[in-house]
Design a protein around this ligand. Structure first.
Ligand SMILES: [Zn+2]
Ligand SMILES: [Zn+2]
Length: 85
């Protein structure tokens, strides 16, 4: 299964298009922008406690057969180092 490539940050709802180099994901593909991942979350996923790493960019030609997800996922609780633990 390819990555879903979710279209937004779960914390601040910023757009994270598939070519963005500022998208960070955990192993379950919880998706965050660079600013939230680094400043707010310290590269730890607030949902599962896993590590956040930069999402690899899928080459544009590959998006034709394996398009990015358009389903926006947003946390119902505010993000923060202590949130949800
Ligand atoms: Zn964000
Ligand atoms: Zn996670």
């Amino acid at each position: 299964m390819p990555l879903e490539l979710r279209p937004n940050c779960e914390c601040c709802d910023r757009d994270l298009p598939p070519e963005s180099k500022e998208a960070y994901i955990c192993t379950f593909e919880c998706t965050f922008c660079l600013e939230c991942a680094s400043n707010t979350l310290r590269f730890v996923c607030p949902n599962c406690g896993g590590e956040l790493v930069r999402r690899p960019v899928r080459p544009g030609a590959k998006l034709v057969k394996n398009p990015a997800s358009t389903v926006r996922v947003l946390r119902d609780k505010p993000c923060g180092p202590a949130a949800g633990r």
